[in-house]
Design a protein around this ligand. Structure first.
Ligand code: ADP
Length: 190
């Protein structure tokens, strides 16, 4: 099972990704988490992306694609994965297609979480207070939501045309949304 999960910042993408990945026995691979741990550990990569992330901008496609290409060759990802936060640009879609082509693999499902803008800003400001994430300040939040909207529409169209897009309402309790995703996936695969 090779899957992607997309959703605006604050839609609970990371939480749902972990639940769904566990359900299907595949690793959840979050580019945001990988970048954040590199920043925290002050690696060469971390130092490169720190300021970009704090501003709510995207890391370059080149850096991001290399990171994912490396990660997908690890043993746990060979038979399946759930990518969280990647691809985020059309160039990344093309790069991912290239990575999969080498092993004649394809993406089976793309889960798109939807959520109301006002609700998202509220959730993110709350997360900022609880977790202290550096890019959860109001300017960066607004910027991330804008960047998400403008960059993602096109990607959703690509996967819709391929017939693998599943749109799920991301508002509600964690378990409730998880159940919606599992049902939608089961229906798609039936
Ligand atoms: P969120 O979706 O909540 O904003 P993520 O954890 O998915 O957070 O990503 C945080 C930041 O990491 C992004 O704002 C961006 O700077 C960087 N990032 C993560 N994934 C990508 C990607 N695929 N392409 C470019 N930048 C990325």
């Amino acid at each position: 099972m090779r899957m992607l999960i997309m959703g605006p910042p604050g839609a609970g993408k990371g939480t749902q990704a972990k639940g769904i990945a566990a359900h299907y026995g595949v690793p959840a691979i979050s580019t945001g988490d990988i970048f954040r741990s590199n920043v925290a550990n002050e690696t060469e990569l971390g130092l490169k992306v720190k300021a970009i992330m704090a501003a709510g901008e995207y890391v370059s496609d080149e850096i991001t694609n290399d990171l994912v290409a490396d990660r997908l060759t690890e043993a746990d990802a060979v038979n399946g994965f759930l990518l969280d936060g990647y691809p985020r640009t059309v160039a990344q879609v093309v790069a991912l297609d290239g990575m999969l082509k080498a092993s004649s693999a394809t993406i089976d499902a793309v889960i798109a979480l939807t959520a109301d803008r006002e609700e998202l800003v509220g959730r993110l400001l709350n997360r900022a207070r609880v977790e202290g994430r550096e890019d959860d300040n109001e300017d960066a939040i607004r910027r991330r939501l804008e960047v998400y909207d403008s960059e993602t529409k096109e990607l959703l169209d690509v996967y819709r045309k391929r017939g693998v897009l599943i749109t799920v309402n991301g508002l509600g309790e964690i378990d409730e949304v998880g159940e919606r995703i599992r049902e939608a996936l089961a229906e798609q695969r039936a």
